[in-house]
Design a protein around this ligand. Structure first.
Ligand code: NAD
Ligand code: UDP
Length: 335
């Protein structure tokens, strides 16, 4: 089976390509290197000992897609390519809507033209906005997104539903990721630093490695056990494996399906800091500051539908996530 992975050199994409190759899928990657670098190709080959096809192209480019689908008999697509920085999306909404939406529309157009009818889409827990209840099940209300990035995911989910109605043979699974962290145990691939991080885990590792001075914890007066924000952190390798499970099952269902990929366990910011310090034996200095606008108190999944339908559940715990996140950044800085 040949799988096209868009954004396959990025953080989640690269880990998924590794799992696909390890499971003997044929893989073709399209990535324009907007948020990744070409060195990841060799790193994936080193980890897996396998070859795969690579096109340095933009998914918005119809001609490039035409070439890829003509040159390869693609059976399924996993669509990771997109912009993902929440804060940047507020400042550059046109750029975010254009890239995330046009890439998906053009991809679907070419898939259908070439009879490739299986799509797995990277959605996000952000589509639930401020969740109506916890833990979050897939039938919880969606909407109330607070930034163009989140709204683009919601719009794409809606677009895909409409495309499936018009093309009943088109199978779509939207995977709603919770908070992916960690890295491959080899330390060769992970979330590559790019400026000052907005997300918690990349910030913690950079404080621990001495690149940043102190972690600012955004509020300790939330209605949570210790007052800091609670999220459902999931090891990126577990997340990657979820895509393989979705791929195995995608032709079993008609239409469009949504699955939460999380552990089902919520941890606070302070839980993460303490676990990181304990597992890695380093201090993470922090200070409490104002809440970050747009943040919600708690967000964690009920992942039982993915277990029931896809036979997938997360295996790694918080300690492995802390260990592998730090291992990657130490190796990355050391090279
Ligand atoms: P990433 O930025 O590391 O990877 C995305 C990859 O896509 C990059 O390699 C980038 O160069 C590429 N890309 C972007 N636009 C492209 C285009 N038009 N054509 C070709 N390549 C393009 O991001 P990630 O963390 O791996 O996330 C992958 C997907 O999962 C994204 O769609 C993201 O929105 C979604 N997601 C991520 C998270 C998270 O916390 N990381 C959470 C929920 C959902
Ligand atoms: N957070 C924090 N300091 C930071 C970054 C994040 O205290 O420098 C908190 C944030 O308020 C939230 C949690 O960590 O409660 C996770 O934030 P992240 O941005 O990683 O994920 P998201 O909020 O998008 O789920």
């Amino acid at each position: 089976m040949k799988v096209l992975v868009t954004g396959g050199l990025g953080y989640i994409g690269s880990h998924t390509v590794v799992e696909l190759l390890n499971d003997n899928y044929e893989v073709v990657v399209i990535d324009n290197l907007y948020n990744s670098n070409i060195g990841v190709v060799d790193k994936i080959k080193t980890i897996t000992g396998k070859e795969f096809g690579f096109y340095q192209e933009d998914v918005c480019n119809l001609e490039a897609l035409e070439k890829i689908f003509s040159e390869n008999k693609i059976d399924a697509v996993i669509h990771f390519a997109g912009y993902k920085a929440v804060g940047e999306s507020v400042k550059k909404p046109i750029m975010y809507y254009e890239n995330n939406i046009v890439s998906t529309l053009h991809l679907c157009q070419k898939m259908i033209e070439h009879g490739c009818m299986n799509l797995i889409f990277s959605s996000s827990a952000t589509v639930y906005g401020d969740p109506e209840r916890l833990p979050i099940t897939e039938d919880c209300r969606v909407g109330g997104t607070t930034n163009p990035y989140g709204t683009s995911k919601l719009m794409i989910e809606q677009m895909l539903k409409d495309i499936v109605v018009a093309n009943p043979d088109f199978h779509v699974i939207a995977l709603r990721y919770f908070n992916p962290i960690g890295a491959h145990t080899s330390g060769l691939i992970g979330e590559v630093p790019n400026g000052i991080p907005n997300n918690l885990m990349p910030y913690i590792v950079r404080v621990a490695s001495g690149e940043l001075e102190i972690l600012s914890i955004f509020g300790d007066d939330y209605d949570t056990p210790d007052g800091t924000g609670v999220r459902d952190y999931i090891h990126v390798v577990d997340l990657a494996k979820g895509h393989l499970k979705a791929l195995e099952k995608i032709t079993n269902f008609n239409g469009m399906h949504f699955y939460n990929l999380g552990t089902g366990v919520g941890y606070s910011v302070l839980d993460l800091v303490k676990a990181f310090e304990r597992v890695n034996g380093v201090k993470v200095p922090y200070k409490i500051v104002e809440r970050r606008p747009g943040d919600i108190a708690s967000c964690y999944s009920d992942p039982s539908l993915a277990y029931k339908d896809l036979d997938w559940k997360a295996e790694y715990g918080l300690d492995e996530m802390m260990r592998d996140s730090y291992n990657f950044i130490l190796k990355y800085n050391d090279k």
